[in-house]
Write a protein that binds this ligand. Sequence first.
Ligand SMILES: Cc1ncc(COP(=O)(O)O)c(C=O)c1O
Length: 567
Amino acid sequence: MPPPSALETKLSSSLISRDERLIRRRLPDPNASITLSPPSSSSTTTSSSNERLRGASNERLIDFTSNDYLSLSTFPHLRKLFLQKLTDAPDILGSGGSRLLVNGRAHSAFETRLKEFFCGPTSPPSESTGSGSERTSGSGTFGRTATSNTSTTAPAALLFNSGFDANVGFFSCIPQPGDAIVYDEYIHASVHDGIRSSRVEKGLRRGFRHNDLGDLRRVLQELKGYRPHPPYHTGTGERAEGPFASGTSSIFVSVESLYSMDGTFSPLKSISDILEEMFPHGNAYLIVDEAHATGIYGPQGRGRVAELGLEGKVLARLHTFGKALAATGAVIITTELIRDYLLNYARSLIYTTSLSYANIIAADASFDLLMDGTTESLSNHLLNLSYHLVSTLLPHLESKKIPPRILSLPAHLLPSSSQSSHLLTTQQARVKAHPADTPPPSPIIPLLTSLPRPLSSYLLSKGMNARPITWPTVPKGKDRVRVCLHSGNTLEDVDTLVEGCVEWAVDVLRKEEAEENVEAKNRRGKRGANVDSEESPGQGISESVEVERGSRGLGERYVTLLLESKL
Ligand SMILES: Cc1ncc(COP(=O)(O)O)c(C=O)c1O
């Protein structure tokens, strides 16, 4: 068995030290957890939530906004299943406290289920890293040795109350002093929060340009050559290798498999290859946030890592339940050692009440639908809608000569892009996606525009809800209306969206052109007046007033809509 990695040695020794000081945290035996007291009869109340629900559904807007990608939140079969499970479950309300205090049987059983789902024998086997280290095992594990207390090779699942908590928990405590964190510049806020509260020094927190493998290499190369001050020397007077090149410190590379603002996919396979090539000691670890890919991609919705067969090359994957799975909560799939360390040090896990039983039951019901194949047709339909939207909108934008500043699709969705698979059928795209790392269609389509609020308001006036996204959520100059598609959308819904977008863009273009014409006329008029003072000076001005009035009318409509919709 190969020796433990630097990271494993450091994490294990911290845990052993805690053992020795009798302060090591462990989950209580779920079978021995206390039963919660039933509420007194006076505490039961009626609620007005039905009223609120009715109010919301009355609006009947076509949803192009929520993250309910598979439309499971309104899927009658899931609702029935959930209610049945609720009826059958021994505990449904609350959870009684932190996992460290009350480790509910349902929580523990669900973790076992998730571990088997994401790492079980049905996962595609992964190849060896070929780097001399043994980071890979067939069932999607990651690690090399077993310590006296914790098997580092065994896969493990750990529930968090949310994906946010999970990212904060992981990044705030797993990277050790002297380690580095490298992240895609578009990484989620929760990762930034985790990094901010980590013990990684500021100079070793490095971003790279979004999905730019060249820039990633540049950052990694800098870290490879990094030497802390004062530089250490070998006994012969030569300068020793730095801690990242020698493998004594670790690098954590944080990416999302599908980015929520742009709908771009991380080139996971290429990143994993680069890490292995540049850090043959195996001390560069890939961490993948699958929040937007869970339930949609990979076998039975296991995500992009599983779709690409990279389970053995990823130290930790985050799957959230709040998006395609219509529940709340999240799970980190990782090793036993990392799980144990998180249980001991992740404050966002330790100091919070764990998910309620009802939450666990809801998420568990959604996993039933993933496992029995129900969601496969939903996800196929979803990706077909994506294909339909892009392939319908693009020719309209082209034929109507809409300038990109008014409305355009991002480069990765254009046919010229090597990344674009939106002009392939879902089936072709799925086949193409594996194993070449070419991304499949995505349910997130950004409509780039310098007028995101007017476009969103116009769509709202036509019964569609697609939200404007502006700086600081996205970089300056990258404003957009972000369209999120859902399995519950129909082809007709998408056609209505395309129609609305094109109508709006043509309208804006016409008004711009009319204004330009008036300005040009005015300029000509002024020049003419200088040459021939007898020509009437009024005409251009009155036309300009006409157009201004027209455009103010349009602006007022948008403002009214903005106020009404509180955009
Ligand atoms: C990429 C990504 N990671 C993590 C999260 C947080 O997940 P949750 O909503 O479960 O807190 C989100 C949600 O917005 C996300 O988009």
